[in-house]
Design a protein around this ligand. Structure first.
Ligand code: NAP
Length: 279
């Protein structure tokens, strides 16, 4: 079968799946979901998928123009989506984001903490400055924890909920390229376990995802640089022999948010095309 024909069939199948998900009301029908850093890339794909599965979704990011564009795009697909500005490093923005869910939808069931910073990409770990260290840990770990902490009482009122931390394959090994960022993502593996332990009695499940190299703006420096890409492919020896797409992170998140994952907590699902993921 030609590539064009198989691609055409794949797109057709995808549309049929979307239509049948929407027609059945979706496995997240009635749920209210907040997704941070969701106006582009993996966060946007997650927001879209949660919406397709029936959730009411609140998207957010730092820039108003990005929020407006993404809200328009998703509303144009008939998804129940609103949005607001939230820089996850700002306490007031985090509080407003959670409050938006409570004021407009009566509560909160799902939080996907997706924002990250990586100011020292490619820099040796040992050269990390004081301020770069703080920025990475403030955004990637501290803000993730504080946002989850703000969300928990509201989920408790609903009798339970789901928190997802977006980690990274980098969290399983501090390769030269990822330095402090990889250490922060390892910390998220620990945060996922610790929060799952704390929140289980409240029927709040806490899980993570750890994407490999996914084709987004964030990772452009890697996949636009052919020599670097070859080096990464050689190093990771990807069994699937290709980069991932944002949508391939969204399906596992939708699964973790659904009752199909009702007995899963404290786990991180790796979607890395087979790249090794052991600590
Ligand atoms: P992306 O395509 O560059 O999108 C980043 C999004 O985050 C944008 O919507 C951006 O919008 C928003 N954002 C950035 N900083 C923010 C902040 N401080 N507060 C709120 N929003 C913020 O990035 P991505 O590749 O999808 O990455 C998303 C997550 O996946 C990150 O946690 C990253 O570590 C993880 N990840 C990515 C890869 C990969 O290969 N792409 C691999 C492993 C893990 P504004 O500019 O409007 O804020």
């Amino acid at each position: 079968m030609s590539f064009t024909k198989s691609r055409f069939l794949a797109v057709g199948q995808q549309c049929l799946k979307m239509a049948s998900r929407a027609a059945s009301g979706g496995k997240l029908a009635g749920k209210v979901a907040v997704v941070t850093a969701s106006t582009d890339g993996i966060g946007l794909a997650i927001a879209r998928r949660l919406g397709q599965d029936g959730a009411k979704v609140i998207i957010s990011s730092r820039q108003e123009k990005n929020v407006q564009r993404a809200v328009q795009e998703l509303q144009g697909e008939n998804l129940d989506v609103t949005g607001m500005v939230c820089h996850v490093g700002k306490a007031e923005d985090r509080k407003n984001l959670i409050q938006h869910a409570v004021d407009n939808y009566g509560g909160l069931d799902i939080l996907v903490s997706n924002a990250a910073a990586n100011p020292g990409f490619g820099q040796p770990m040992i050269d990390t400055t004081d301020s770069a260290w703080d920025k990475v840990f403030d955004i990637n770990v501290k803000a993730a924890f504080l946002l989850a902490k703000d969300a928990v009482p509201h989920m408790e009122k609903r009798g339970g909920g789901v928190i997802i931390f977006v980690g990274s394959i980098a969290g399983y090994g501090n390769g030269k390229l990822f330095g402090t960022y990889s250490v922060s993502k390892t910390a998220l593996l620990g945060l996922t376990k610790a929060m799952a332990n704390q929140c289980g009695r409240l029927n709040i499940r806490v899980n993570g995802i750890a994407p490999g190299l996914i084709k987004t703006e964030f990772s452009k420096k890697m996949w636009k640089n052919e020599a670097l890409l070859k080096e990464l492919q050689r190093k990771f020896q990807l069994p699937l022999k290709r980069l991932g797409e944002p949508e391939e992170c969204a399906g596992p998140v939708a699964f973790l948010c659904s009752d199909d994952a009702a007995y899963i907590t404290g786990e991180t699902i790796v979607m890395s095309g087979g790249a090794v993921s052991r600590l």
